[in-house]
Design a protein around this ligand. Structure first.
Ligand code: BDR
Ligand code: CA
Length: 301
């Protein structure tokens, strides 16, 4: 992930509900040094410093980095500046170098949830000698069948590194794409943002950051598109989503950079991706809020 405000919410939902084995950071919403530090700070705030954090790609495969400080703040967490650097371990190895060896020792299957530009995941797929083991699948927050948030047709994570996104959509493991088609539907109401503020340090950080994230534009009236947290919910509760299999590619050229296109299903080495095309917003949003509540309660705050 590239924390990032909705990444923070996604991380906290995942910590509350899943067995999180590690966090690979990537440059995206802000530069890598910040996303790496933010990942460590978020874990520290949740008392989960045992979760390893890896620094990943500093820039996309071929494009130069495009960031979004106007959406996520100059340091990626709204107006928040962490006073002290995070304590705890700071791993130096890149995730695509570290993970194959780690996974070789795993007895449990591993699933990736990618909520930033796909650069790390593409490199990992290239590094895994036998990509199918033990990686059982990848859930991607990115792309859109219709509409974009950077250009009229491109979503941010796919726009930043379209070539990496294309590698991931052709991965030799099951891939689920949770794009703007559903994340724009499941908008968090402001009443939930205000509730978060009462839930200890984790809740306060989220409420402040989300308040900053939604301060302009349509979020003021429609609520906040918490994209990355919706992707975690889609992994945990696929039954709340409508899925359609589609064979897809991502364009990298000119005005189409980051645009998802449907390609003929018979293209070799490219299986269908399960695309989330609709969502039951009520259960998803309740689940996200309940996750943060559980996490905050566990912290005794
Ligand atoms: C995606 O872009 C980023 O700004 C968000 O964190 C999310 O991953 C939404 O387009
Ligand atoms: Ca993100």
């Amino acid at each position: 992930m590239d924390p990032g405000i909705d990444d923070a919410l996604a991380l906290y939902a995942a910590l509350a509900r899943l067995d999180v084995r590690g966090l690979a950071t990537v440059a995206g919403n802000v530069e890598l040094d910040r996303t790496f530090e933010n990942g460590r700070q978020l874990l520290q705030l949740a008392g989960r410093q045992e979760v390893p954090v890896w620094p990943g790609s500093r820039s996309p495969l071929h494009f130069s980095l495009h960031t979004a400080p106007e959406i996520h703040g100059p340091h990626g967490m709204g107006a928040r500046e962490f006073a002290e650097p995070a304590s705890g371990q700071a791993l130096k190895e890149a995730p695509w170098q570290a993970w194959p060896a780690l996974w070789a020792r795993e007895s449990e299957p591993v699933h990736l949830i990618a909520t930033g530009p796909m650069t790390n995941v593409a490199k990992l797929l290239w590094c895994l000698p036998d990509a199918a083991k033990p990686l059982t699948g990848i859930t991607v927050m990115g792309g859109a069948i219709e509409g974009g948030n950077v250009t009229p047709t491109a979503e941010f994570n796919f726009y930043v590194d379209p070539e990496a996104a294309d590698v991931v959509l052709a991965a030799p493991v099951p891939v689920s794409m949770v794009g703007l088609d559903v994340t724009w539907k499941a908008r968090m109401p402001w009443s939930d943002v205000h509730r978060l503020a009462g839930w200890g340090a984790v809740g306060r950080l989220l409420a402040d950051a989300l308040g900053w994230y939604g301060r302009h534009g349509e979020a003021e009236t429609t609520g906040l598109a918490v994209h990355d947290a919706v992707a975690v919910a889609a992994y945990a509760h696929p039954e709340w989503f409508t899925w359609e299999p589609m064979t897809l590619s991502v364009r990298a050229d000119g005005q189409w950079r980051g645009t998802v296109v449907r390609v003929p299903a018979r293209i070799p080495d490219r299986g269908p991706v399960q695309v989330a095309v609709d969502v039951e917003t009520g259960p998803v949003l309740e689940w996200i809020m309940e996750s943060v509540a559980n996490l905050a309660q566990g912290l005794g705050s």
